[in-house]
Design a protein around this ligand. Structure first.
Ligand SMILES: Cc1cc2nc3c(=O)[nH]c(=O)nc-3n(C[C@H](O)[C@H](O)[C@H](O)COP(=O)(O)OP(=O)(O)OC[C@H]3O[C@@H](n4cnc5c(N)ncnc54)[C@H](O)[C@@H]3O)c2cc1C
Length: 409
C-alpha cells in the first residue's frame, strides 16, 4: 500500500476506534498509534446520560469493545496525553508530553467539548456532561428529593432531566429558545416530543434567559438567577448548552477551521495524508446539497470507516467514496424513543402522519418545496425507519405520505 507505513489517529473515541478497526479490516499492517487526552480505553457516550447516569449500568458495560478486541488492533495506545499541534509540512503531531509522532496518514477524530456559561463557576454541584468521569460525578449527586436545574433543553439536557426525575429528583429545565429540542426538531415537534416530561413532572421553562449561578451558604451552588431577577433555587445545576469542535490543537496547521475541520466530500482535510471523522468534521453533503457538521453516533461510526478507506485509496490509487448517508440519531427520554432521519430547517413544513393529536407515540414528516427533508418517529421505530430509503432517494412528500398511509391499513 504505497508509502502508508505509519498512521496516527488523534482522538480515541467512536470515530477514532472505527478508523483503527477499519484499517486492520482492510488488511493494512503498518504501525498504528491512537492518541487520547482521556485516560480511558474507548467507551460509548450515549449511556452517559441514560443507563450509566441512572446507575443501571457500570462503566465496564459501556466499553466499546472487549479487551481482546482492543488488543487485536495491534496498536499503540497513547492515553492521557493531548495533541497540541500539527505540522502538516513535516507530517508530525506534537503531544503535550513533548513527544512527536510522525505519520504518513493522520485521522483527526477529536470530536467536540462542552460549552460553558460565560463566567461559569466551578462550585460543587455545578456539572457538565461529556465524559465518563462527568457522568459518574453527576450520578453521585442525583439522590431522591434533590433539586436539579438543567440549563438547556437539547437532547442531552432532556435525557439528563428524564434520568434525574426517574431517580426521584425535583427537576426544572431552563431553555432560552421558544421550544425544547428546537434546533433538532423545530418548535412544534419539539414541544410535542417533550410532553412526556410534563407527564412525568419535569418543569420545562422555555423563553427564559439565565444571567448567572448563585452560591449557597456552604459554597455549593444554590440557585440560578434569570435575567428577570428571579432566582430558581437548586442543589445541582447541569449546564447543557451545546458543544464546540475540539480544534484548538489545529491552530496554525494550515487546515481550514470553521466550526469544525472543513473537509471535502471524501473527508480529506486538505493536507497530504490528513483525513477527519466524526463530530469534528464539516463537509459538503452530496445528498443534502449543503455543508454540514453532524454531532451524532451513527455519523461518527460511519465516517471513521470511510475516512481511512479513502486514506488507503489515496495512496493505492483506488477510488474514494463520498460520505453522503442520511443523517440519523436517537434520544431516549422516559419511555419515549425519539428517532430522527434526515435534516430539517426550522422553517420546513411538518405534518404528523401517524398518531392522533394526543398520542405520545407518533410519526411526523418534514418537507420543503414538495420534497421530503426529514422524518421523526417517537416510540414508532418500525414506522419511521423505512423513510430512510425515501430520504436517500430524494422522494417527494407525496411519496412519503403514501408510504405512511400504507402503514395505517
Ligand atoms: C451524554 C451524551 C449522550 C449522547 N447520546 C447520543 C444519542 O442518544 N444518540 C446519538 O446519536 N448520539 C448521542 N451522543 C453523541 C455521540 O456520542 C457522539 O456523536 C460521538 O461520541 C462522536 O464521536 P467522535 O469520536 O467524533 O468524538 P468524541 O466522542 O467527542 O471523542 C473525541 C475524543 O477525542 C479526545 N480529544 C479531544 N481533543 C484531543 C486532543 N487534542 N488530543 C487527544 N485527544 C483529544 C476527546 O477527549 C475524546 O475522547 C451523545 C453524546 C453524549 C456526550
Amino acid at each position: 500500500m504505497g508509502s502508508l507505513e505509519r498512521v496516527v489517529v488523534v482522538g480515541a473515541s467512536l470515530a477514532g476506534l472505527r478508523a483503527a478497526e477499519t484499517l486492520r479490516q482492510v488488511g493494512w499492517s503498518g504501525v498504528l498509534t491512537l492518541v487520547s487526552d482521556e485516560d480511558e480505553m474507548p467507551y460509548d457516550r450515549p449511556p452517559l446520560s441514560k443507563k450509566l447516569l441512572a446507575g443501571e449500568w457500570e462503566p465496564d458495560r459501556i466499553r466499546l469493545r472487549r479487551p481482546d478486541d482492543f488488543e487485536g488492533l495491534r496498536a499503540e495506545w497513547v492515553l492521557g496525553d493531548r495533541a497540541v499541534s500539527l505540522d502538516t509540512a513535516n507530517r508530525a503531531v506534537t503531544l503535550a508530553s513533548g513527544r512527536t509522532l510522525e505519520y504518513d496518514g493522520l485521522v483527526i477524530a477529536t470530536g467536540t467539548a462542552v460549552r460553558r456559561l460565560p463566567g461559569q463557576p466551578d462550585w460543587p454541584g455545578v456539572h457538565t456532561l461529556r465524559s465518563l468521569a462527568d457522568s459518574l460525578s453527576l450520578r453521585a449527586e442525583l439522590d431522591p428529593g434533590r433539586r436539579v436545574v438543567v440549563i438547556g433543553a437539547g437532547f442531552i439536557g432532556l435525557e439528563v432531566a428524564a434520568t434525574a426525575r426517574a431517580k426521584g429528583c425535583d427537576v426544572t429545565v431552563l431553555e432560552g429558545a421558544e421550544a425544547p429540542m428546537m434546533r433538532g426538531l423545530g418548535s412544534a415537534m419539539g414541544r410535542r416530543a417533550a410532553l412526556v416530561h410534563a407527564d412525568n413532572g419535569v418543569d420545562i421553562r422555555c423563553g427564559v434567559s439565565v444571567a448567572e449561578l448563585t452560591p449557597a451558604d456552604d459554597g455549593r451552588v444554590g440557585g440560578v438567577r434569570l435575567s428577570t431577577g428571579e432566582i430558581v433555587p437548586t442543589d445541582v445545576v447541569v449546564v447543557g448548552v451545546g458543544v464546540a469542535p475540539s480544534t484548538g490543537w489545529l491552530e496554525g496547521s494550515g487546515l481550514t477551521i470553521r466550526d469544525g475541520v472543513v473537509c471535502d466530500e471524501f473527508l480529506f482535510a486538505g493536507a497530504p495524508g490528513v483525513f477527519a471523522a466524526g463530530d469534528i468534521v464539516r463537509w459538503p453533503h452530496r445528498l443534502l446539497e449543503r455543508e454540514v457538521r453532524v454531532e451524532h453516533w451513527t455519523n461518527a461510526s460511519e465516517q471513521g470507516a470511510v475516512a481511512v478507506k479513502n486514506l488507503v485509496a489515496s495512496v493505492s490509487g483506488g477510488e474514494p467514496t463520498a460520505y453522503a448517508e442520511v443523517p440519523f440519531f436517537w434520544s431516549d427520554q422516559f419511555t419515549s424513543r425519539i428517532q430522527f432521519l434526515g435534516r430539517a430547517e426550522v422553517d420546513d413544513d411538518v405534518e404528523v402522519v401517524i398518531g392522533g393529536s394526543d398520542d405520545r407515540a407518533f410519526v411526523a414528516l418534514y418537507h420543503r418545496d414538495g420534497r421530503l427533508t426529514a422524518a421523526l418517529g417517537v416510540s414508532r421505530p418500525k414506522q419511521v425507519m423505512p423513510f430512510r430509503r425515501l430520504l436517500a432517494e430524494r422522494a417527494t412528500i407525496d411519496e412519503a405520505r403514501a408510504l405512511a398511509a400504507s402503514f395505517a391499513v
